[in-house]
Design a protein around this ligand. Structure first.
Ligand SMILES: [Zn+2]
Ligand SMILES: [Zn+2]
Length: 459
């Protein structure tokens, strides 16, 4: 058992090599899924990669401590070393992770993973040190450590490839992106004299609109063509650049109120002069566009190509995506009013920017709660927060379910159902537009959300 300093240093270095090999396997391999969504707690991967030597130095210090204890206690042999390594590893890392849990926003899964993984890692170091103290020469142990190291590297590469495949698959999932959350008139609305939004873009809100993107096929669709179409198309271009303009595989229209279709004008002769952009619309809406100026010019010049929609009939977009329109009760001066259900390979989204009331829909035989249950995320009419929002204007003439009413109605739903709801189509008077408002915090406290421009929902 009397080993000289040189022997102990070589033994320590050998266990460090084994630990580094195992650590690679642990973090680049089995624990790597835990690093996928660590919020702001972890450094960006490139920075963390550059700082790896610091981590290895930390292992070296722990191994010095472990070897010191093992030699002092006279622990000899593989098994006894393993036990002490595991024990010390657990005590050190559990204490560190508990401390971290109390002051940083680290996900608990990651902390538990670290505690267990690092305990096993130090167990390995202990086993090697214990075994090294039981023999005269380090030759055989050296060869085994080498084998462990190479084995770990190979396993990590294999695991990385498997997990990477999954990550890539996830990254290639189609997604919905919110391009606007405001009611037809936008925010600030025309005629508003004083508004931060005139000077600061962050205080503006564009008219309610969703983009749909399939990164694999490079296709993009829009739900409603709003007066903010130029900027919303630009947002899409920044997210997924495509050749040609407007680079849209289709536009789905809910109805003919100004915030929902007038953006079509930018496809025309006086603007980008599009060629046969598919515009999906219900029968009355198609007739309306085809027989009223200036829209009929878009049809005649073939800037747009009208495609039929039928209530409840899914439109396949490609092999991964489909869109289903459904009628909703709403003022129908010119056209039908519809909402959409967007189905992807894994998830689905509901888009109902305009509806008169949930109760009227009940009478027509559709319960909004059933619709919410059948999707993963529901963008719902949140035009007005409550009845006392527009002094001097009778809100009964412009019916929408108030957000306060919707919250009441959905109150009994389980939390995961409530969490699907994102209010959209907010009027310029709606206090919930602003993240710091009382209204917004009430909405969030009740388990609902307000849609956010730029927010994505993967399908
Ligand atoms: Zn509207
Ligand atoms: Zn409307």
């Amino acid at each position: 058992m009397n080993k000289n300093a040189g022997y102990l240093i070589r033994l320590g270095l050998l266990s460090l090599v084994a630990v580094i090999g195992f650590d690679l396997f642990l973090h680049a391999g089995i624990l790597s899924p835990l690093y996928k969504d660590p919020g702001t707690f972890l450094l960006p991967p490139e920075t963390a990669f550059r700082l790896i030597p610091l981590g290895y130095l930390s292992f070296a210090l722990l191994i010095v401590l472990l070897e010191w204890i093992i030699v002092k206690l006279g622990v000899i042999g593989f098994k006894a070393g393993l036990k002490y390594g595991l024990l010390l590893g657990f005590l050190v890392w559990a204490s560190l992770c508990l401390g971290l849990a109390s002051i940083v926003a680290a996900p608990y899964g990651l902390l538990v993973g670290w505690t267990v993984g690092q305990a096993v890692e130090l167990g390995l170091a202990g086993a090697i040190i214990g075994a090294g103290l039981a023999v005269k020469s380090l030759k055989e142990i050296g060869l085994r450590v080498l084998a462990i190291f190479v084995g770990c590297v190979i396993l990590s590469v294999i695991l990385q490839n498997i997990l990477d495949g999954r990550v890539t698959h996830h990254e290639k999932a189609p997604f919905v992106v919110v391009l606007g959350i405001a009611q037809d008139g936008g925010v600030p609305q025309a005629g508003t004299k004083e508004h931060q939004g005139w000077a600061f873009d962050t205080q503006r809100r564009r008219v309610a609109c969703l983009g749909l993107v399939d990164p694999v096929s490079g296709q993009r669709w829009m739900f409603d063509a709003t007066p903010d179409f130029p900027e919303q198309l630009h947002m899409l271009d920044e997210i997924v650049p495509v050749e040609g303009k407007p680079g849209l595989s289709g536009i789905f229209l809910t109805h003919a109120h100004i915030g929902h279709y007038t953006g079509l004008m930018f496809l025309g002769y006086e603007s980008l002069g599009a060629k046969e952009v598919s515009v999906y619309a219900m029968p009355r809406m198609r007739r309306y566009l085809g027989s009223n100026g200036p829209w009929d010019q878009l049809v005649r010049y073939r800037n747009i190509a009208l495609k039929p929609l039928e209530n409840g009939v899914p439109v396949p977009l490609n092999e991964r995506l489909s869109v289903t329109p459904f009628l909703v009760p709403h003022r129908q001066e010119y056209t039908e009013v519809i909402g959409f259900r967007i189905d992807g390979p894994g998830r689905s989204v509901l888009f109902i920017p305009d509806i008169d009331s949930w109760e009227e829909w009940d009478e027509a035989g559709t319960r909004i709660e059933d619709m919410i249950a059948s999707v993963d995320v529901a963008f719902l009419d949140g035009t007005f927060y409550s009845g006392d929002e527009m002094p001097g204007r009778d809100l009964s003439g412009i019916p929408h379910p108030f957000i306060t009413h919707s919250m009441n109605r959905f109150d009994a739903l389980p939390l995961p159902e409530k969490a699907k709801v994102r209010f959209i189509h907010l009027n310029h008077t709606n206090p919930a537009l602003w993240p710091e408002s009382e209204a917004r915090s009430t909405i969030e406290r009740h388990g609902f959300e307000v849609a956010d421009e730029g927010e994505r929902v993967s399908l």
